[in-house]
Ligand binder design. Structure first.
Ligand code: TPS
Length: 227
């Protein structure tokens, strides 16, 4: 069976932001204690062996809390550690191919920037969408036409809801100061909110990842209660 997952507060990791006196696994542990509900290991430079070792170290933590662990892009790494799923981008392996390899019981999420990409991802069986890029971000190189802003995110979300049942978060420059605004603003005309937010630096680069996650989690809950 596909594991249940909760997209309220989605942490995407970046080892480049780990301070010298901590490990990535420690930060993930603290972030989950603060309220992170799902974790994605994203490594753009590690070689395969190091990636797998890191994935195993995170899996120990996420399993301990019953939080799903997804792997960014690398289906082989996800299979090697029997992760809960993968997150893929538009330039990675196609969703159809990823699903063929991983089967029906793994979570597959996809980054989408446009309504057409969202529709295609849903038709191909994505379990959730990462709609972005909401605000400008230093974490990932993006072209300016990838920038959606909350209004652009809402447009993609509205379209996805018309296509069929869908789950989604937004990502890109989301932090404790703008999360409520983003979730309010991106509600569909019928009032359907995104399920949560995905962040990298707002937690990874925080001095206290547990405290940062706590604030973000309460901001998301606050926005959700205002329906
Ligand atoms: C769920 N992605 C879009 S913007 C960004 C990333 C990694 C950086 C945000 O950093 N949706 C999901 N996972 C992904 N990996 C992406 C989209 C791709 P920051 O929060 O520091 O601005």
């Amino acid at each position: 069976m596909k594991p249940d997952f909760n997209l309220t507060l989605y942490l995407v990791t970046d080892s480049g932001m780990v301070p010298a006196d901590k490990t990535l696994a420690q930060i993930v542990d603290e972030a989950i204690q603060g309220g992170v509900t799902i974790v994605q290991l994203r490594e753009k430079t590690a070689d395969t062996g190091a990636f797998i070792a890191l994935a195993r170290s995170l899996q120990k933590v996420t399993k301990n809390y019953g939080v799903p662990l997804l792997i960014n892009d690398r289906i082989d790494v996800a299979l090697a550690i029997d992760a809960d799923g993968v997150h893929i981008g538009q330039d990675d392996m196609s969703l159809v191919e990823a699903r063929r390899i991983l089967g029906p019981n793994k979570i597959i999420g996809m980054s989408v920037q446009t309504a057409a990409e969202a529709e295609a991802a849903m038709c191909d069986g994505a379990d959730y969408l990462g709609i972005g890029v909401c605000f400008d971000t230093e974490t990932k190189q993006i072209s300016t036409d990838a920038l959606r802003g909350p209004a652009g995110v809402r447009q993609v979300w509205e379209h996805a809801l018309e296509v069929g049942p869908v789950r989604a978060v937004t990502i890109g420059g989301v932090n404790e100061y703008n999360a409520v605004h983003v979730l309010d603003y991106t509600r569909s005309a019928k009032g359907v909110p995104l399920e949560g937010v995905a962040v990298v630096s707002a937690i990874m680069a925080a001095e206290d990842p547990c405290a940062a996650a706590k604030v973000l989690r309460s901001q998301v809950s606050f926005a959700m209660e205002r329906s």
